[in-house]
Design a binder for this molecule. Structure first.
Ligand code: IMP
Length: 433
């Protein structure tokens, strides 16, 4: 009856979809617990690339049941688009295997408009949100003014609720931000149609999961974003509005901790960030260009959701140790190790310097992180192409040394290393390292 959690240990975009896809081969249920279509997961299977924002990456395995948890905020138009796209690719997305929590919340065009309006009004480029309405939808939820997916059981009543919500938000948009809101009756009509289509997918996800776990099924909880974007534990206020840490898996799926087995921190071998906010190991030179890629490849460092180039820098061991602590990580899964080939030396941030002092932990106010300078350790690089390597023993000595150093720095074992986008471009580690 194990529950394994896959979450990001950085600022999102660690390659969680890739690791979920691997582990989903041996799981029965894959359940997403937080966020909305601000996330973007890419999964490559052969020559097919799947770009998903809401539907868990596990959907590409035909044996899994995929759940969208109560911790999520759902844009119904986006969900239906993904369902249609997956269906066109021959993937079964029937309500038998895809289920939406009745307690998840609904994103409306008013939330999208508010997200954009608030961003424009914020100083210094705002938070750099994805403008998908995430913050405003979670704000309504916390204010107890939200619209729950379960209301779609009665599409006509749901449409009335949507219309009322659009009208009240129109006043805020108009009076506070000087924006014109989309026409309430048009939106209500569209949402009526969405409700008719999504109604069969509604389920009590917490109850389903409890049954599955009691029956001994393997459940994977798939997080979106990453630890440092967590509303409480991230680099506030430069965070998202959901709980992307391990607590979010339980909260956002409606289950207790007794089933927890593995808590896997997916960690890219370098640091990236989209949007604004402090980033002590950020690079602005050729190495940053190299880490980012040109944008020609789907796995280059450009936002899946917004297309924005991601800020890139060296792996930050201080932040990684913090992620290990906040999430009680049991292990790490390293991604994109192949991208470091040809970079020499490789730098790894092991501490911060601030006003003449050295710090091995995050400051208590993460917003002040921008004032801390990274202190690096240099490790020798390697030139070998890792994308063709499948076994730990075949990795170059310096690559193994790099992985060992990350393990020592965090006190965590690394069980998986991805060395390319394909399913088989992975090195699995047992006790041999
Ligand atoms: P929001 O989630 O759209 O409100 O954006 C808040 C912050 O989280 C911004 O800095 C976004 O760039 C960042 N963010 C949201 N979702 C993702 C993601 O999936 N990957 C990386 N960054 C994200």
């Amino acid at each position: 009856m194990p529950l394994d959690v896959i979450l990001g240990s950085q600022w999102g975009d660690e390659g969680k979809g890739r690791i979920t896809d691997l582990l989903a081969a041996e799981a029965d249920v894959v359940a997403r617990f937080n966020g909305g279509d601000n996330a973007g997961h890419s999964v490559t299977v052969g020559d097919r690339l799947f770009k998903l924002h809401l539907v868990p990456s596990g959907i590409v395995h035909s044996h899994t049941t995929c759940l969208l948890g109560n911790g999520m905020v759902i844009n119904p138009a986006q969900l239906l688009e993904e369902i249609d796209q997956l269906d066109a690719l021959g993937i079964d997305v029937s309500p038998d295997r895809l289920k939406l929590s009745s307690a998840s919340h609904i994103i409306t065009p008013a939330h999208l408009a508010l997200d954009g309006a608030r961003e424009t009004k914020r100083d210094e480029g705002g938070l750099g949100t994805t403008r998908r309405g995430i913050g405003p939808a979670y704000t309504d939820k916390a204010a107890r003014d939200g619209l729950r997916a379960g209301a779609m059981e009665k599409p006509e009543d749901f449409a009335s609720q949507i219309e009322a919500h659009m009208r009240s938000t129109a006043e805020i948009l108009d009076h506070v931000y000087g924006h014109k809101a989309p026409e309430a009756t048009d939106v209500a009509r569209t949402y009526y149609e969405h409700a008719v289509r999504l109604q069969p997918y509604l389920a009590d996800v917490g109850a389903l999961l409890a049954d599955s776990l009691e029956q001994g099924k393997v459940v994977l909880a798939e997080g979106a974003q990453g630890t440092l974007l967590d509303l409480d534990h991230g680099t506030y206020p430069y965070v998202t509005s959901s709980t992307s840490t391990v607590a979010g898996a339980l909260l956002g799926l409606g289950i207790g901790p007794k089933y927890l087995r593995r808590i896997i921190g997916v960690t890219k071998c370098f640091q990236t960030r989209v949007g604004t906010g402090p980033f002590p190991t950020e690079l602005f030179d050729d190495t940053a260009e190299r880490l980012r890629g040109t944008g020609e490849q789907p796995w280059d460092e450009f936002g899946t959701t917004t297309g924005r180039p991601r800020r890139c820098g060296w792996l930050d061991g201080v932040l990684l140790r913090y992620a290990a602590r906040i999430n009680s990580l049991s292990e790490l899964a390293l991604t994109k190790l192949d991208v470091l080939s040809g970079i020499d030396p490789i730098r790894l941030c092991v501490a911060y310097q601030h006003e003449g002092n050295t710090y091995e932990d995050l400051p208590s106010d993460p917003a002040s992180l921008g004032q801390y300078a990274a202190q690096y350790e240099e490790l020798p690089g390697w030139i070998d192409d890792l994308t063709v390597i499948h076994r730990w023993d075949d990795l170059p000595y310096n690559t193994q040394a790099y992985v060992h150093r990350v393990q020592a720095l965090t006190g965590l074992p690394v069980h998986l290393i991805s060395v390319g986008p394909e399913r088989d471009q992975v090195v699995r580690l047992g006790n041999e390292n």
